[in-house]
Design a protein around this ligand. Structure first.
Ligand SMILES: [Zn+2]
Length: 102
């Protein structure tokens, strides 16, 4: 698969004449939103995993912190899995419209 993070956007009248990602272009707002959501969840997941390690190692006066963090990690993993599945459907199966060049 070619690099999905590049677009051969050209300044001519038909700007996407050479776009190689007609189903998932980096200039598409829907795509930008989807990628941002995935990035935000990944960032939070990373932070929560760090938090969980900290709570495990250092302990905390509040046991609920550990449980809450663990639950949040489970939810984040599920959400991320769903978003990545959606992204794969768009990129590989090309069955979702609205993410190509505009
Ligand atoms: Zn493009």
């Amino acid at each position: 698969m070619n690099d999905i993070n590049t677009c051969f956007y050209s300044p001519g009248t038909y700007k996407h004449a050479t776009c190689t990602h007609t189903h998932y272009c980096i200039f598409n707002n829907n795509r930008i939103l989807l990628e941002n959501s995935i990035h935000e969840l990944e960032t939070e997941l990373h932070q929560r995993i760090t938090d969980l390690k900290f709570i495990k190692n250092e302990g905390t006066p509040n046991c609920a912190d550990y449980e809450a963090t663990r639950e949040r990690i489970t939810i984040l993993n599920k959400d991320l899995e769903n978003l990545r599945k959606s992204r794969n459907k768009i990129i590989e199966n090309k069955e979702v419209k609205g993410y190509g060049f505009q």
